[in-house]
Write a protein that binds this ligand. Structure first.
Ligand code: FE2
Ligand code: FE2
Length: 135
């Protein structure tokens, strides 16, 4: 059983964004696997860097769609994205220093942050985008 997986309730109604969220879940699972295997810090840092890179790409994509559609809560949403990237970069730097206690804390944080962010923050724009498409 994967560490975390897609649930139908995660859907925000935009296929491209759902696909990006699935990809984020995949990378988190990849990272969990690398940590479980007791991989070298360099291998783990590599996966965290992949996660940071893809997260930045996804956040930029989402923010652009929200900006183009005139979404009112964009600034607050952007702030949450920025805080997330900063937090994962901090984890990455700790992993690079080989801090052993990090893994469980990081994995729990990533899994909970992503599901909570999708369910509580991303899903808030679903109706807004659906209204836009209908207009
Ligand atoms: Fe978001
Ligand atoms: Fe998102």
């Amino acid at each position: 059983m994967p560490f975390t997986e897609w649930k139908n309730e995660y859907s925000v109604g935009v296929p491209e964004i759902d696909a990006q969220h699935r990809r984020l879940l995949d990378i988190i699972n990849q990272l969990h696997h690398a940590m479980k295997m007791g991989g070298k810090p360099t291998a783990i840092v590599e996966v965290i860097n992949e996660l940071i890179g893809y997260t930045r790409y996804h956040f930029a994509y989402e923010e652009r769609i929200l900006e183009d559609s005139g979404y009112a809560d964009l600034e607050e949403h952007r702030r949450k994205h920025r805080a997330m990237v900063a937090q994962v970069e901090t984890f990455r730097d700790s992993a690079a220093e080989g801090k052993a206690t990090l893994s469980l804390k990081l994995m729990g944080f990533l899994r909970d942050w992503l599901s909570k962010h999708i369910l509580e923050t991303d899903k808030q724009y679903s109706d807004h985008l659906a209204d836009r498409r209908a207009a």
